[in-house]
Ligand binder design. Sequence first.
Ligand SMILES: [Zn+2]
Length: 254
Amino acid sequence: MKMVVALLILVVSNNAFAWGHLKELKTPTAHQYLVFAALDWNEIRYCFEIDRSVRPLFDESSVSLQLESSFRAWLAPVRAQGLVGNVKFTRTACSDSRLNLRVEIGPERDYPALGAYHVERPGYSLIKLNTDFRRRNNSRILDFKSLMELGTSVQLVELLERLELSVGYSVQDFAEEARVDYVSMFWSTYRVLLHETGHAFGLCDTAKASVAQHCDPNFLTPVHEGSVMSDSNFLSLTQDDEAGILRLFRRFKR
Ligand SMILES: [Zn+2]
């Protein structure tokens, strides 16, 4: 089983770019991306909508910790270079007129996949964690899971702090260390939040199939490496992800 997964990832990696910026950053609604919230306001305002049917599996305080940790992971290299100061994370109501990011967790019929979307009016990023999301893997159906459901023995805060300080820590490494199933870990909250917040900041999917549609060719590396934004097989940023987010902040810093 593990072999098949590893092979699939190798195939993806060989066809992936390491980082790229979203084409939409050139459009008039670009100010909605988190790169601008961080640069212009030193604040990211976010809200949650967790469907009643999946509470307390996707417990708000746990997912909120994971989300803020993913913000910190993306901002760490940017702060280290002095491009932003301390960015404040404010959890607010979804009706907030200054909302930057909305996270919806629950069964979903309209958006069949997990993903990050751009809501032009009133203007914010949307991350949808579809709890109906299922991957067929041979005879098994794999449900989308909460990180906490997988690693109940793991101290979440400690784990997240460790991930924020790591570089290129892969899902396989974690699965082996925590003795959890690799595929379940892959389809779980933290890995997906880290990838989707990358989109919310302004980075594109760099798997080969997505590059032409979503990435700006002027802001795209030709290096073929695995990264959070290419094969998404990591729980911490890789050096390529760090290069991509740094380029993004340098590009828009006034
Ligand atoms: Zn993506």
